[in-house]
Design a binder for this molecule. Structure first.
Ligand SMILES: O=P(O)(O)OC[C@H]1O[C@H](O[C@H]2O[C@H](CO)[C@@H](O)[C@H](O)[C@H]2O)[C@H](O)[C@@H](O)[C@@H]1O
Length: 276
């Protein structure tokens, strides 16, 4: 089980990552989107993966020894449109999946979509007067954005959201925190960690799992890949289930470039040895 300690800069873990890749034949690379491939921006619709990350993902996706999964809090269709290449996408924090074109949706989340719709519609009305507050209806979950809301109005956003979720959610929906957002989700024991566990269970035995993410919901996924693989937190060195960290999406791209060159060579070198 992973422990919560400050993650160390990725360069300090490089030799361990090299050894793990050399001992493996496959890499499972799971990537969060916002704050990881794409810098955080004020308007959620304007988030874009950096060109360096787009190129690195495309290069790695073409490697037969690498499987890439995008694991995002965004709706599946939304995140799929924002980054090309991977065979696997998990949207809505893992409540919906696309694996090589085969779609799966968590059955409880599907049942609660009507209730979620009602909550989002009501929030549009009750938060309509709060400057720059935005509701993102993702069908299975909903996000209340307050990044651009004046600080003095933020407590109102939280109070009204809690009140509407209590009233219409009737225990079937709950709220969690993210980066300047309140996420409204079905009360099910399923998150990014479960999604990553499910993806990893379909991989061959000698696979090293790696997860890169920046937010609270990524912690459960770090816990799943550590300690046999590596969690990489994007951001500061606060406590995390990830053992490594990078500072920014630009540093994510540098690490992905390294995986696409040295990392792939290490995976292949090991396969050659195994054949002889
Ligand atoms: O799991 P992720 O792929 O990281 O998605 C988490 C949430 O990301 C988005 O919100 C965040 O990014 C926005 C654009 O940079 C930013 O404006 C917002 O403040 C961030 O919280 C997305 O809009 C949400 O739906 C995701 O749940």
């Amino acid at each position: 089980m992973a422990t919560e300690t400050p993650p160390r800069p990725i360069d300090q873990a490089r030799s361990q990552i090299r050894s793990a890749l050399a001992d493996s034949s496959q890499l499972l690379l799971c990537l969060d989107f916002d704050g990881t491939l794409a810098p955080i921006v004020e308007q959620p619709d304007e988030a874009e993966a950096t060109t360096a990350n787009e190129n690195a993902v495309a290069t790695l996706a073409a490697e037969p020894d690498v499987s890439i999964a995008i694991v995002s809090g965004r709706a599946l269709a939304d995140v799929r449109d924002r980054i090309d290449g991977p065979d696997i996408y998990a949207g809505n924090h893992g409540l919906e999946f696309d694996r090589n074109g085969s779609i799966a949706v968590h059955p409880v989340a599907r049942k609660r979509a009507g209730r979620l719709e009602e909550v989002c519609a009501t929030l549009e009305t009750v938060l309509g007067s709060v400057p720059n507050c935005r509701i993102e209806n993702k069908r299975l979950t909903g996000t209340v954005h307050f990044r651009s809301v004046p600080p003095a109005a933020r407590p109102i956003v939280r109070r009204r959201t809690e009140s509407i979720v209590d009233r219409f959610g009737d225990g079937a929906l709950e709220i969690s925190d993210g980066k300047c957002i309140l996420e409204i989700e079905p009360t099910v024991q399923w998150g990014k960690g479960d999604a990553v566990e499910l993806i990893a269970s379909a991989m061959p035995g000698e696979t090293v799992p790696l997860y890169i993410g920046d937010d609270v919901t990524d912690e459960s996924a770090f816990g799943v890949v550590e300690p046999q693989g590596f969690g990489v937190r994007v951001g500061d060195d606060g406590e995390s289930a990830a053992s490594c960290r990078v500072d920014s999406p630009d540093e994510v791209a540098s690490f992905l470039d390294w995986l696409g060159s040295t990392g792939v060579e290490l995976l292949e070198a090991d396969s050659t040895q195994r054949l002889h």
